[in-house]
Ligand binder design. Structure first.
Ligand SMILES: *Cc1c(COP(=O)(O)O)cnc(C)c1O
Length: 354
């Protein structure tokens, strides 16, 4: 085997999906790898994983396992809509900005109605405005609302905010979908139960992210109203999302949920973001763009600082809200945060001099 460049192994904070697989997920994969099992989800791991979800959420929901978040969101929304329907979302939402039109594609044309927002949260007011903008037959009929928890900018809807969103949905007879690619980080942030943050707050369908939480791949789609899940198995199969060796998508959830790793991993990521936030608050030339509520830090700094950071080998994205984003995963090493902060401080000081 050729050696891997050690440079490749240094931790980066560009995304929480740079991290590997956490031990709890890995051990379950290993356990699932002993011998044969029935295919296409008809196996004990998949049954157990769905049961563990029902326990965790304290309700009798329908659970499906798909490969990634784009599929989870798109197929979930498609199952709520006819092709002539529309889905209300925020302008920063992953479904709008990062899924290459998959929600529209898998729903055969359901249109996303996009609300402007400065903090990546959808407000009851914007739901009301978009739901009542047009009522005639020439406009796609609003059918669902999708919100992201935690949001793409690392914000977290409080339970009160969730209830207000749900009330706006009921007022207009809209179904509520939650993109929970970082659901665990939001639960860790609020300290509430998964039930409180989902069906008890009026969420009809939740996509619960496993990948960024420490798994190799996979998201769970939870239907709290079973009627809405009708045909979802066929929809997954048609979309290429029915894993034939399903146990490798489902077993890691057993390890993650039964051991509590899902929450510990999220708590660690959130804590790392707060550590960097505290370091940065007093740094001249650098500004926090959003309050830190989950596992991300968004920085505004001049181009010279960002260029200098990149020149020192740091990876980060600036296409979300125009700010530099730093994300913390389950395995973030606190020493690497310090190393990053030292570089940031030097780059900022250098930029102030020139
Ligand atoms: C990462 C992410 C997803 C899932 O993306 P995939 O790359 O398709 O797995 C969905 N929603 C949000 C908010 C995300 O950050």
């Amino acid at each position: 085997m050729t050696a891997v460049d050690p440079q490749e192994l240094a931790q980066q904070f560009a995304s929480d999906n740079y991290a590997g697989i956490c031990p709890e997920a890995w051990q379950s994969m290993e356990a699932a790898n002993r011998g044969h099992a029935t295919s296409y989800g008809d196996d004990p791991w998949t049954t157990r994983a769905a049961d563990v979800f029902r326990d965790l959420f304290e309700t009798d929901c329908d659970v499906y396992f798909v490969f990634n978040g784009t599929a989870a969101n798109s197929l979930a929304l498609a199952s709520l809509c006819q092709s002539y329907h529309s889905v209300i979302c925020c302008d920063a939402s992953h479904v709008e900005t990062d899924e290459c039109g998959a929600p529209e594609f898998f729903s055969n044309g359901s249109k996303l109605l996009v609300a402007p927002s400065s903090d990546s949260k959808l407000t009851p007011q914007s739901i009301h405005e978009l739901a009542t903008k047009r009522q005639d037959i020439h406009y796609p009929k609003p059918r669902a609302v999708t919100i992201t928890q935690a949001t793409e900018m690392g914000r977290v809807y409080s339970l009160d905010e969730l209830h207000a969103v749900a009330d706006a949905c009921s007022a207009h007879q809209l179904l509520l979908h939650m993109d929970g690619a970082r659901f665990a980080n939001a639960v860790a942030s609020l300290g509430c139960t998964p039930a409180e943050m989902s069906w008890k707050s009026g969420v009809d369908v939740l996509c619960f992210g496993g990948t960024k939480n420490g798994m190799a791949a996979g998201e769970a789609v939870l239907f709290f109203d079973r009627v809405l899940a009708e045909g979802f198995d066929y929809r997954c199969k048609q979309a290429g999302q029915l894993a034939s060796k399903m146990r490798y998508l489902s077993a890691p959830w057993v390890g993650m949920l039964e051991s509590g790793a899902w929450l510990r991993n999220a708590e660690h990521g959130n804590r790392c973001a707060r550590i960097l936030q505290a370091q940065i608050e007093s740094l001249p030339g650098v500004r926090l763009v959003q309050p830190v509520e989950a596992n991300s830090v968004f920085l505004e700094a001049n181009q010279a600082i960002l260029d200098a950071l990149r020149a020192r080998g740091w990876h980060f994205y600036t296409f979300i809200g125009g700010a530099a984003r730093f994300m913390f995963a389950w395995d973030t090493d606190l020493r690497q945060i310090d190393a990053f902060f030292r570089d940031l401080k030097e780059c900022a000081a250098q930029a102030l001099l020139t």
